[in-house]
Design a protein around this ligand. Structure first.
Ligand code: GLV
Ligand code: MN
Ligand code: MN
Ligand code: MN
Length: 425
C-alpha cells in the first residue's frame, strides 16, 4: 500500500451516504415532476436556477467556481501544486422528461467527494475539479455533448451557436442569457490542460442489474450517428387526389423507415440500435396528404462498419424511392467507437473492487456504454474513463429512472478512490 492508496482508501471510506442522497434529491427539485421525473432541458430558466444551486453548493464546500464560453461550470478544490487538475462530473441537463440521475448523479457525486475530502482533511497534489457540462442531452439543441466537445475543440462553438430549438431560439442566445446570469462567476480560459477525467454515471441499461453487480468498469462507448431526413412532396386533398397522382411525403418516409427496420433485424447479431425518435409532419392534418415529413435517425453499434452499411442503405433507399418528390439526408452527429486507456481501467477496477468487496457485493463488471457521454470527447483530450452503477430495470430517459441508494453510494466511493489516486500523481 503506497501513501497514495492509503489516502484513496481514506477518501473512499469518508463518503457520507446521507449527504449524497440528500444532495441528489435537492438538485432533483429543479424541474422535478409529480411522477418523480425531472424536466430540465439545457439552458431553460429551470436549468439556470439549478446552476445557481450548484454554484452555491460548491462555494459552501470552499470550491473556486469558473464558467467557460459554452457555460460549462467548473468547481475546483485546489491541490498542493499547480499541476493540471483531475476532472470529474457529468451534465446537469435532462431530456424533455428524464430522471433525477442521468447526468446529475455524476455532478453531485463529484461534489460529495470534495465534501468527503474536506471532512477527512485530505489535501491532494493536483486540484480536483467537478464539471457540469452544458447540453449533453442534445434534445433541445442537437447534437448532444455540445459543452464537452466545445471544451476539447473550441472552434465547434461557432456552429453550435447557430443551432435553433423548436421555438427558433438559438443556442448562442440561450448561452448568452446563461452567462449573463452567471456574471459573478470567473471566466475560464479555453483549452485549460487536464491531467485526466473520470465520469460517474448510471448505466441506463440492464447489464449490471442482470449480473447483480453494483459497479461497472466502462471500457468504452459504442459508435453513434444521427441523421435528419426530410421528405418533400406535395400537400393535397385526402379525398380527391387519386393514389397514383400523389406526392405523399409520409409514404416516402414510411417506406424508408421500413427498409431501415428490416435492415436492423438482419443485423441483429451485431446488437445494432436503431431509433427514429422525432417526427414532424406538415401540415399535420387528418385530411391533407403530408407535403413534408422530417424525421431523425439515431443509429449505434460497437462495430462502426455496421453503421457504414446502414448509411449506404439509407442513401440507396432515399435515392431509389419511386415518387415525384425529393428527399434530403443530413448527418448531424457522428462518433467512432471510444476506447478508454487500459491504465485508467486498471485503476478504476481497483477502486470498484474495494468498494464492492467492502459492501459484500460481487466483483465489478466490465462493459461498453450503450449511451454516449461527455467522457467520449474528453477521451480525445486526456486519459479518461467511466464508472457505472446499475439502473433499475435498465430504464432511463424516463421519469421512472432509478438506482438503489446503496448502489449510488458504491459509485461515489469508487469515484473518491479513483480521483485521489489520480490527484496524488
Ligand atoms: C445521451 O443521452 C445518449 O443518447 O446516449
Ligand atoms: Mn447522461
Ligand atoms: Mn441522457
Ligand atoms: Mn447521455
Amino acid at each position: 500500500n503506497t501513501a497514495a492508496t492509503q489516502l484513496a482508501e481514506q477518501a473512499q471510506d469518508s463518503i457520507n451516504n446521507e449527504r449524497l442522497q440528500k444532495a441528489i434529491a435537492a438538485l432533483a427539485q429543479f424541474g422535478g415532476r409529480d411522477d418523480g421525473g425531472v424536466a430540465r432541458e439545457t439552458l431553460t430558466p429551470i436549468d439556470l436556477a439549478s446552476r445557481r444551486h450548484l454554484i452555491e453548493l460548491a462555494r459552501s464546500l470552499g470550491c473556486e467556481v469558473e464558467i467557460d464560453e459554452c457555460a460549462n461550470l467548473f468547481f475546483r478544490r485546489p491541490g498542493s501544486t499547480d499541476l493540471p487538475p483531475v476532472l470529474t462530473g457529468s451534465h446537469g441537463d435532462t431530456q424533455p422528461v428524464g430522471g433525477k440521475l442521468d447526468g446529475a448523479y455524476g455532478v453531485i457525486a463529484g461534489l460529495e467527494v470534495i465534501a468527503a475530502l474536506n471532512d477527512a482533511g485530505i489535501t491532494t497534489r493536483r486540484a480536483i475539479e467537478v464539471v457540469a457540462w452544458t447540453n449533453e442531452e442534445g434534445s433541445r439543441f442537437g447534437p448532444g455533448a455540445m459543452g464537452s466537445s466545445a471544451y476539447v475543440e473550441p472552434e465547434r462553438l461557432t456552429a453550435y451557436r447557430a443551432v435553433l430549438d423548436k421555438d427558433q431560439i438559438s443556442f448562442g442566445a440561450a448561452l448568452d442569457a446563461c452567462l449573463a446570469e452567471a456574471s459573478d462567476v470567473s471566466r475560464r480560459a479555453p483549452l485549460r490542460p487536464l491531467d485526466s477525467c473520470v465520469e460517474l454515471h448510471i448505466e441506463q441499461g440492464p447489464v449490471l442489474e442482470r449480473a447483480g453487480a453494483g459497479l461497472g468498469v466502462v471500457d468504452g462507448i459504442q459508435s453513434v450517428r444521427w441523421f435528419r431526413v426530410v421528405c418533400n412532396g406535395m400537400a393535397a386533398h385526402a379525398g380527391t387526389t387519386p393514389m397514383d397522382k400523389r406526392s405523399d411525403a409520409m409514404a416516402a418516409a414510411v417506406g424508408i423507415a421500413q427498409q431501415l427496420y428490416a435492415h436492423a433485424a438482419q443485423e441483429a447479431a451485431s446488437n445494432v440500435r436503431l431509433t427514429l425518435g422525432r417526427w414532424q409532419v406538415g401540415p399535420n392534418s387528418v385530411n391533407t396528404i403530408p407535403g413534408t415529413v422530417e424525421f431523425t435517425i439515431d443509429m449505434r453499434c460497437v462495430d462502426a462498419s455496421v453503421l457504414d452499411r446502414f448509411e449506404q442503405l439509407l442513401h440507396r433507399a432515399t435515392a431509389d424511392f419511386p415518387w415525384r418528390g425529393n428527399i434530403t439526408v443530413e448527418c448531424f452527429f457522428s462518433r467512432a467507437p471510444t476506447h478508454f486507456p487500459q491504465a485508467m481501467l486498471t485503476l478504476i477496477e481497483r477502486a470498484c473492487t474495494r468498494a464492492s468487496a467492502q459492501a459484500g457485493r460481487p466483483a465489478p463488471l466490465h462493459l461498453t456504454s450503450g449511451a454516449f457521454h461527455d467522457a467520449m470527447y474528453l477521451a480525445d483530450y486526456c486519459p479518461t474513463a467511466m464508472i457505472f452503477v446499475p439502473s433499475k430495470g435498465g430504464i432511463s430517459h424516463n421519469a421512472a429512472e432509478e438506482t438503489a441508494p446503496e448502489d449510488l453510494l458504491l459509485g461515489a466511493q469508487a469515484l473518491a478512490y479513483t480521483l485521489v489516486e489520480l490527484a496524488s500523481r
